[in-house]
Ligand binder design. Structure first.
Ligand SMILES: C[S@@+](CC[C@H](N)C(=O)[O-])C[C@H]1O[C@@H](n2cnc3c(N)ncnc32)[C@H](O)[C@@H]1O
Length: 443
């Protein structure tokens, strides 16, 4: 099987089963005998098609006599893969992209081979005549097609952020995120880790906000590295590394993490606590708790206890027991579109009501576990105001015994701003879109 066939299976899985791109890629490629070049090409095609799907579909709709809805999903994905290569991958000659697509469709849906061949060749002849409506003609449609984001999302962001901000955000959402890792300072210093990575021929660079963060270039199979298996580092976006620093757990404290899996922040907190004190890491999904356990084992962490618990319920045994509580809430994820471009198409505008209800409920319950003078941190990987500052405002209305602390002191100088909370954006900070708020219980 070649890269394009793998890409086809992965894209179809994502679309038919609402699978996450990273999970689908791992599932389809794990254990497969694929050269690093083919592995990279598969990933590049999958993300490239997802990032540009609305634009690719716009082109197909202009060239096809068959209505989009009536095109078989596998055939549609073959067309998208073919067009993606022609438009975006300079290293693949146009004729090869067409021929490979026709070969592929013959294996999958033989009778559609003429159709696929026709559309791709027609694109090569007519590409200069296919025009997206201009910004002046129709702003929302223009931005939606050009940057492949659904119209409702573009409309909402235009209203909230204005045109210039939205355009830069949409563009950044289609860029490949840098790969950041967190040094496991329980096992190794950052300097030593850099040395070992360089020794293994891995390109590594600093340019970070957070001390223990590092960036890595040109690596596909990071989890197969010996240095990873030995627990010298954790893969984590830098934005999410701020959370443990803001919470600032101390070695003798009791910390509860109510939405902990897969444990990126839990293990970071354990690290800052020098593997002392106690962290209770909970999640609603048992299978996800296993990920926390295996991460902790690999990183050499022993102060985390995991437990299945639905954060929508209150645990009477823990009332006012914790020094610090983290709510890293389930959210729309609209800050991580660069990593999961399929989110653009899976989300609906009316999802907000349900998700914000859950977030507020979890935050209210978690706040009850905080001791007097204790700390409560709320974070999300979204840029949606309703899920971020909106939740905090709603929480504060009924919880005057909490105050919002200014988190600027926990942040590097270049990130400090007048607001007490932190909101990161991909196009401004180069990180995932992320929100953090620190609260203190007064009485
Ligand atoms: C944003 S993720 C947490 C990421 C994690 N803190 C980390 O840094 O690796 C949110 C988590 O909340 C969990 N979750 C969703 N609903 C929940 C609920 N009602 N109770 C507890 N956990 C829940 C999800 O399973 C998911 O693992």
């Amino acid at each position: 099987m070649n890269a394009r066939k793998y890409a086809l299976n992965i894209l179809t899985d994502i679309e038919e089963n609402n699978a996450f791109s990273n999970i689908a890629i791992n599932k389809h490629l794990r254990g497969e005998k694929l050269s690093p070049i083919d592995r990279r090409l598969t990933t590049e095609i999958v993300y490239g098609v997802l990032e540009n799907k609305i634009y690719l579909d716009f082109i197909i709709s202009k060239l096809s006599k068959v209505k989009m809805k009536r095109i078989n999903i596998r055939v549609l994905n073959i067309l998208r893969i073919g067009l993606y290569q022609i438009i975006y991958l300079d290293k693949i000659p146009e004729f090869a992209a067409v021929n490979e697509s026709v070969k592929l469709v013959k294996k999958v849906e033989y009778k559609a081979s003429g159709f696929v061949n026709g559309i791709l060749r027609s694109f090569l002849r007519n590409k200069n005549n296919i025009k997206v409506p201009s910004l002046e003609e129709d702003k929302v449609t223009h931005l939606s097609i050009t940057y492949s984001h659904p119209k409702w999302m573009v409309k909402k962001w235009l209203k909230e952020f204005g045109q210039d901000f939205t355009m830069r955000l949409l563009k950044a959402n289609n860029e490949t995120p840098r790969l950041s890792i967190r040094t496991n300072t329980l096992k190794i210093s950052k300097k030593q880790l850099i040395g070992k990575l360089l020794n293994d021929g891995i390109e590594v660079y600093e340019d970070t906000y957070v001390d223990e963060a590092l960036y890595i270039r040109n690596l596909t199979n990071i989890e197969e590295l010996e240095l990873y298996k030995k627990g010298y580092f954790q893969i984590q976006d830098e934005s999410s590394m701020f959370v443990a620093h803001v919470l600032d757990p101390k070695p003798d404290e009791f910390v509860i993490d109510v939405c902990a899996a897969p444990g990126g922040k839990t293990t970071h907190m354990a690290q800052l606590m020098q593997n002392k004190g106690q962290i209770l890491a909970r999640d609603i999904y048992k299978h996800k708790l296993k990920l926390i356990k295996s991460n902790a084992l690999r990183l050499g962490i022993t102060n985390i206890k995991t437990e299945v618990f639905n954060a929508k319920e209150i645990d009477p045994n823990l009332l006012e027991k914790a020094d610090k509580v983290l709510v890293d809430a389930p959210c729309s994820g609209l800050g991580i579109i660069r990593r999961k471009p399929e989110l653009k198409y899976n989300k609906r505008p009316d999802d907000t009501k349900e998700i914000t209800k859950l977030q507020l409920e979890i935050l209210m319950n978690a706040s009850k576990y905080v001791k007097k003078d204790g700390i409560l941190v709320y974070s999300t990987c979204t840029i949606e105001k309703e899920e971020n500052i909106g939740i905090i405002e709603r929480f504060m209305k009924n919880n005057s015994n909490f105050e919002i602390l200014d988190i600027n002191d926990s942040l590097p100088l270049k990130l400090r701003r007048k607001e007490k909370t932190l909101q990161l954006y991909p196009h401004i900070h180069g990180t995932d879109g992320f929100f953090i708020c620190k609260l203190k219980k007064k009485v």
